[in-house]
Write a protein that binds this ligand. Structure first.
Ligand code: ADP
Ligand code: MG
Length: 702
């Protein structure tokens, strides 16, 4: 005779992690489709479809053994039911019996139970009994209707509660998962050796899967969670480590030698001494660029901290070594801004540089591109879109990418496919440690913390409707003193928006130029203007011919006008924390004190806390941490966006300690066994290929 276990697991011998769930008992095409919607296609997916909650019920006892205040689980026949909706609160009552006694069970507000609990059913109930009118009763216990012949009711009652859908209940999911747990020996392979597990206090991978679905107690559940989180973070870090190894070893770049003579020649270009932070970054960059493996470095520093200067140093170093540099920005305005600041430093120099814009067409464009191809241009500046498209270099030595706050890892990877220049990515958004280890985990990082000297303080104030007039008066005084101001609006025009209250830059421009500041030159700038028009206005503002620049968030990026000391952000509650900080970085670039005025009316908790943070601090790193805290990592960090597998159980903020440990372990493993071919890494390699698929080009090592 077959045993119960054998019966339940019949036909499971051939099941592997890759087996489609439809092959499992209890899953037909209809259920498979529902599972598909939940992201579960294979047995492996199902085992990683972790419960969202867990119940811990003691083993069932006879009704006569119940004691007041001692948590108990009982199994009994429903003898009577009664819904008493005249009571306050209304309650649903059931009398339940076994062969030793009867127990009264009540559920307050239990009207919904009328359709679930019926006369003659057997139920399992788990709760804490109390004495009521000299009788033991259970109040609001967790319960489940079971088959009368059910032999292991506790097993189905305790354990995981799954994220269910309308067409697949948690209990149904559990019935499909449980039989798999008897087969973990065949399904789950261990990743690490015993010594490592002991040293790190991690439990085995098999146990972890068994216990996450069916934990014997809370402590074991925690151990299971810790192990599975670790594995998830470890595989992610391993993917990053491999990506990095490949970038460094499968492509070779031109080493750029830095001599004292080159160094002093470059420094002569800057009308100031570099700060300590700038110097430290330059040392790191020059060391990277001196190698045949391509540099892959992130340069991070707040707006105005002096990144452009560092990037230009790197460009001049590449040029001194007879190679070309491409500088790319996300928008045309930012690209031309970069070009202008470079121009300032390169006046009278031999360095041949060109700005490629969308407006550049025809013969002129062809001629320029031909020069680039012949190597007669040293620095080419443009947008990512333009430079990625059809520009050929003779010898591209360095790519500088200004990402500002957009984390475009994919774009980066694409650009670097067939050539292997050194690569420096600049970002103005200070990146919290957690993201530096994940989204940017395959890059080296240099940080500029201190700003250049001679920066005026930036005062930030939240202005409500009552104080608006006073704010305008204040701004008018500053304008009279020849200072300039930005007015930033969230949308171009209110016409297409359903919500009338959204401030529109176009309307505001009319209002500001005609009524509020009629004596000053107020200009409008937005993203839908032709690019020549945009250029004209930016130049006017830079030269001081325009006093007030009314704009949409296009000015968010890279504008450098030290005389602009006032910024008004209209409907500031609609901007994110990082964005507000980014915008504010446009002012405070000169020596005088600057003012950032946040116009906002809001009752939203989240918006208020964001406004509080920006008024309280100017420290970009603190703001980034707060942002992560307010928004949670989900919104800021989407793994898929970075070509990494999604995290199902680990959380990069809450599980930071495990993340650090996993990262160290993964990078060590790759440095010992760069393509994971050693026998003891076989299981890990297999799991990696399943997880990452082709995204990391891992297939060719598998
Ligand atoms: P970022 O690119 O980080 O926003 P920039 O490189 O554009 O910053 O520098 C902002 C401003 O600070 C520029 O006007 C630049 O000339 C100036 N600057 C940069 N480094 C220094 C320095 N070491 N000393 C004085 N001024 C500096
Ligand atoms: Mg800059």
């Amino acid at each position: 005779m077959e045993s119960a276990v054998q019966k339940r697991t019949r036909g499971m011998e051939n099941v592997t992690l890759a087996t489609p769930v439809q092959y499992l008992k209890g899953v037909g095409p209809a259920r498979a489709a529902v599972f598909d919607k939940l992201g579960v296609r294979t047995v492996g997916d199902l085992l990683e479809y972790f419960p969202r909650d867990w119940l811990f019920a003691p083993s069932p006892i006879k009704i006569s053994r119940m004691r007041p205040e001692e948590p108990a689980t009982i199994i009994g026949l429903v003898e009577s039911i009664d819904y008493q909706d005249y009571r306050r609160p209304p309650l649903f009552e059931a009398m339940v019996s076994d062969d030793t006694g009867v127990c009264r069970i009540v559920w307050f507000h239990g009207g919904y139970l009328r359709s679930q609990i019926r006369l003659g059913q057997v139920i399992v109930a788990s709760g804490k009994p109390t004495v009521f009118k000299h009788q033991l009763q259970m109040t609001n216990p967790k319960f489940m209707v079971v088959d009368e012949k059910h032999t292991e009711p506790d097993k189905h009652f305790s354990g995981g509660v799954y994220p269910a859908s309308a067409r697949l209940s948690s209990r149904q999911i559990k019935q499909i998962v449980l039989p798999l747990l008897d087969h973990l020996d065949a399904l789950i392979a261990e990743f690490y050796d015993q010594g490592f597990l002991k040293e790190t206090h991690l439990i085995g991978r098999k146990e972890a899967f068994a216990w996450i679905h069916m934990p014997p107690d809370e402590q074991k559940l925690e151990q299971a969670q810790r192990r599975l989180k670790y594995d998830e973070l470890f595989l992610m870090q391993l993917g990053l480590a491999l990506r990095r190894y490949r970038a460094q070893h499968y492509a070779s770049a031109t080493p750029c030698v830095l001599t004292d003579e080159i160094d002093s020649r470059i420094r002569k270009r800057f009308p100031f001494l570099l700060t300590d932070d700038q110097n430290a970054c330059i040392v790191e960059i020059a060391e990277d660029m001196n190698q045949t493996r391509p540099m892959n470095r992130l340069l991070q520093g707040d707006v105005g901290s002096g990144k452009t200067v560092v990037a230009l140093y790197a460009a001049l170093l590449a040029i001194a070594n007879k190679t070309q540099t491409a500088i790319m920005a996300p928008t045309e305005i930012l690209a031309s801004q970069h070009f202008l600041s470079i121009e300032r430093y390169l006046k009278n120099s031999q360095v041949r540089r060109v700005l490629v814009t969308g407006g550049l067409t025809g013969r002129k464009r062809d001629e320029l591109l031909a020069q680039v191809k012949r190597g007669e241009m040293d620095i080419v500046v443009g947008t990512v879109a333009l430079l990625q498209k059809d520009i050929e270099f003779r010898h591209l030595g360095l790519v500088v990418i200004d990402e500002q706050h957009k984390f475009g890892v994919h774009q980066r990877a694409e650009l670097r496919k067939d050539s292997a220049p050194h690569c420096l990515v600049m970002t103005a958004t200070p990146i919290p440690r957690t993201l530096a280890m994940t989204a940017f985990g395959d890059l080296d990082v240099s940080v500029i913390k201190q700003c250049p000297p001679g920066r005026g303080e930036v005062v930030t104030r939240w202005v409500d409707r009552r104080n608006r007039r006073r704010a305008y008066d204040f701004i008018r005084e500053r304008l009279k003193a020849k200072k300039q101001a930005y007015f930033v609006y969230p949308r171009i025009s209110a016409v297409e928006e359903t919500s009338k209250e959204i401030a529109a830059a176009t309307d505001a421009w009319t209002e500001l130029s005609e009524r509020v500041f009629p004596d000053f030159n107020v200009a409008l700038l937005h993203g839908r203007m032709p690019s020549a028009e945009k250029q004209r206005i930016m130049t006017g503002f830079r030269r001081g011919a325009i006093d007030v620049l009314v704009s949409t968030v296009v000015v968010e990026v890279g504008v450098d006008v030290p005389n602009a000391t006032i910024m008004v952000i209209e409907a500031a509650d609609r901007f994110g924390l990082a964005q507000l900080h980014q915008l504010r970085g446009r002012i405070g670039r000169g020596e005088s004190k600057s003012y950032c005025l946040l116009f906002a009316e809001t009752d939203s908790e989240v918006a208020r806390s964001r406004l509080d943070v920006v008024t309280r601090t100017n420290d970009g790193f603190e703001i980034a941490e707060q942002d992560l805290r307010i928004r949670g990592p989900g919104e800021l960090f989407s793994a898929r966006q970075h070509g990494l597998p999604d995290l199902k159980i680990a959380n990069i903020v809450n599980d930071f300690d495990l993340l650090v440990m996993a990262r160290r372990h993964a990078f060590k493993m790759v440095s010992d066994d760069p393509v994971l071919t050693q026998a003891e890494h076989r299981n890990i390699r297999r799991a990696l290929v399943t997880k990452f698929g082709d995204t990391l080009g891992l297939a060719d090592i598998a």
